[in-house]
Design a protein. Structure first.
Length: 93
């Protein structure tokens, strides 16, 4: 799946969520039915940060032993000066 030049980020995320949910459910990777939570967050970085971002992704499992995804997501929002309401932050499943 590629991001088309005239496609909005919301549209891309909608496609990713729809297609990945379908794939997960068709392949019975989990018991029950998989679905994504509503909403998403997206942050952009410059090309010069690609190796740093790749390292971060590769080490997420270890990284999240010390800090939950929700804690880190809130930190991203604060670092990027994105206003948010705690009521709409990820809820545990």
């Amino acid at each position: 799946m590629a991001w088309r030049p005239n496609q909005s980020l919301s549209s891309l995320i909608q496609d990713v969520k729809a297609n990945s949910s379908k794939w997960i459910n068709q392949n019975d990777f989990i018991s029950g039915r998989f679905s994504w939570q509503e909403g998403f967050g997206a942050f952009s970085y410059s090309k010069s940060h690609i190796s740093r971002i790749a390292d971060y992704i590769e080490n997420q499992k270890e990284h999240h032993k010390n800090r939950s995804f929700t804690e880190e997501y809130i930190q991203f929002l604060e670092d990027f000066d994105v206003p948010f309401d705690e009521r709409y932050i990820f809820k545990p499943v």
